[in-house]
Write a protein that binds this ligand. Structure first.
Ligand code: PMP
Length: 358
């Protein structure tokens, strides 16, 4: 079986071991004579899948009982609205603006008519870095960042310190490295890049924040009702949560978040070394100290060659390399399931392409 080397920004590849395990369990999950997809969510067997995924996430981040883990629907995009709906208390919500995904989050705050403020932005340089000096007000209702900017290839190296509850959109670096979440308000992201298929949003929330929502927030959009119902106020994405649970097992089997981080660092180091070595030909978008371990973005000095790069890479079995239209060029997403070997194959191709066309 030939599988492509997949550098898509999301949905993105899953490890073959995980796909094979899902395949093996597909027709008959644990001898029950049905697949997880056909199983009622109101069964002990499915509840155990939800609880198992929750336990693993709590263990990864050593989360105390002050935190709850939810599996919601609506993607990161729904969180852009759900967060202000539940957390805004009539004061100010503060955002660091690092690209399209924070812009979209602020747009939802705007639609909801809340008072929000941008405390720092890298817009003037087309979001090529994470702003370095900013601070949030201690009494802000919440302080919002996007930890990894998928389109531009920038990533926070450390989380800002805040007295206000920090809200983190980790859609594109979820479960990719160890992180100290103690004190963080909400840590969330869709599973579809680092942890499974689309349709499941992981939301880690400090319990006290769920008590803030005003009465007029509908049940399905409230964190407190989702907590009270173990993410099953309504029918959840049962198969997606099952796949997420298999991915969490895979992460555990591969050294947990420390092991995954070591792999991710090795892949990113290999790829950026290749970009830097050929810096006459490939121009990295992100400033070096803001470079993402998840998405490496670059242009080709001669822009005419970019389409050729993407199509020749495809002919060589590598897909998903076309950059987002706002940055252009090439984007290489090297999420958890992308192997070092795949990155090395890409680097060989990049060297050869530069040699032939440079
Ligand atoms: N935040 C970030 C950083 C993203 O990369 C994305 C999607 N690529 C989103 C939010 C939106 O996620 P979704 O498509 O799951 O709504």
């Amino acid at each position: 079986m030939d599988r492509v080397i997949n550098f898509n920004a999301g949905p993105s590849p899953m490890p073959l071991e995980v796909l094979k395990r899902a395949k093996d369990e597909f027709l008959d999950y644990k001898g029950l004579g049905l697949s997880v997809m056909e199983m009622s969510h109101r069964t002990p067997e499915f509840e155990e899948i939800v609880n198992s995924a929750k336990r693993k996430i709590k263990a990864f981040y050593s989360l105390s009982d002050d935190y709850e883990v939810l599996f919601l629907q609506g993607g990161g995009t729904l969180q852009f609205a759900q967060i202000p709906m539940n957390l805004y208390k009539g004061g100010v919500a503060e955002y660091v603006h690092t690209g399209v995904w924070t812009k979209k989050a602020m747009k939802e705050a705007e639609i909801l008519g809340i008072n929000y403020k941008v405390v720092a932005s890298s817009e003037s340089s087309n979001f090529d870095e994470i702003p370095s000096s900013f601070s949030f007000s201690d009494d802000a209702d919440y302080a919002y960042i996007c930890s990894n900017n998928t389109i531009y290839g920038t990533q926070y190296k450390t989380l800002p310190k805040t007295k206000a509850p920090l809200v983190i959109d980790a859609s594109s670096d979820l479960f990719s490295k160890p992180l100290e979440l103690d004190g963080v308000g909400i840590y969330y992201g869709g599973a579809q890049k680092n942890a499974g298929p689309s349709g499941v949003t992981v939301v880690v929330i400090r319990r006290d924040l769920s008590e803030r929502a005003p009465k007029n927030v509908p049940s399905v959009l409230r964190y407190d009702t989702m907590i009270a119902n173990n993410s099953m106020l309504n029918t959840p994405n049962t198969f997606g949560i099952y796949m997420l649970d298999l991915m969490l097992d895979w992460i555990s089997e591969n050294g947990g978040l420390e092991g995954i981080n070591a792999r991710n660092e090795q892949k990113a180091t290999t790829l950026y070394a290749c970009i830097d070595e050929l810096s006459e030909f490939y121009k990295g978008h992100a400033k070096k100290d803001s470079r993402s371990l998840m998405n490496a973005t670059f242009n080709i000095a001669d822009k005419e060659l970019e389409a050729k790069f993407v199509s020749e890479a495809k002919a060589n079995g590598m897909i998903g390399l076309k950059g987002h239209r706002l940055v252009g060029g090439i984007r290489t997403s090297i999420y958890n399931a992308v192997t070092l070997k795949s990155v090395e194959t890409l680097c060989e191709f990049m060297r050869e392409f530069a040699r032939k066309n440079g």
